[in-house]
Write a protein that binds this ligand. Structure first.
Ligand code: GAR
Length: 194
């Protein structure tokens, strides 16, 4: 059974969807650790409630950078936990070589747009402001760029004429919660064959 490490900065609904899929028997996997760079993030409360090991990544008071030392510490924690696949779930810092090179081809992310459209922050707001008729979500491998890694799976949703960014994000998240566990299941099979 594949051992997952989850990294998130916020609400943790994608982490919850992964956990629910595991508990429902839809995904054969185990979440072995949940880490957040935000000490009071709700994702950590969810982890605690579910009895999952969790911890805080110390980013040395920096608001958006992921310091090299913190990346090294994170890689060590994940390695010690025996993590085989790192799933970013609303993790809002860019990963760099210390962490990327410790888990080559084993870090994935979910992004709330149809990449390569609307990379970066608040992709749902970008889609509404651009007047897009369609958006969605993408699961992709993580590289050192901003939402640039190889695409694994996508799901689309319509952007409706009266959409607010929040309404569109809610519609995208419904798809994220199905797409992410399904993509992890697909990758787990692939990694088992390697
Ligand atoms: C999700 O919509 C995810 O796609 C997005 O943050 C949200 C986290 O929600 N991630 C990004 O924008 C990364 N570039 P959650 O904490 O409820 O899972």
């Amino acid at each position: 059974m594949i051992r997952l490490g989850i990294l998130g900065s916020g609400f943790g609904s994608n982490m919850q969807a992964i956990l629910d899929a595991i508990q429902n028997g839809e995904l054969e996997a185990e979440i072995v650790i949940v880490l957040s760079d935000v000490p009071d993030a709700y994702i950590l409360k969810r982890a605690e409630r579910a009895g999952l090991p969790s911890g805080v990544i110390d980013c040395r008071g920096l608001s958006s950078k992921f310091p090299e030392e913190a990346q090294r510490e994170t890689a060590d924690i994940l390695s010690q936990a025996g993590v085989e696949l790192i799933c970013l779930a609303g993790f809002m810092r860019l990963l760099r070589p210390p962490l990327l090179s410790a888990f080559p081809g084993r870090i994935i992310n979910i992004h709330p747009s149809l990449l390569p459209n609307f990379p970066g922050l608040c992709a749902w707001t970008q889609a509404v402001e651009a007047g897009a008729h369609e958006s969605g979500c993408t699961v992709h491998y993580v590289d050192a760029g901003m939402d640039t890694g190889t695409i694994i799976a996508q799901a689309s949703v319509p952007v409706l004429p009266d959409d607010t960014p929040d309404r569109l994000h809610a519609r995208i998240q419904e798809e994220e919660h199905k797409l992410y566990p399904a993509a992890i299941a697909q990758i787990a099979v692939k990694l088992e064959r390697e």
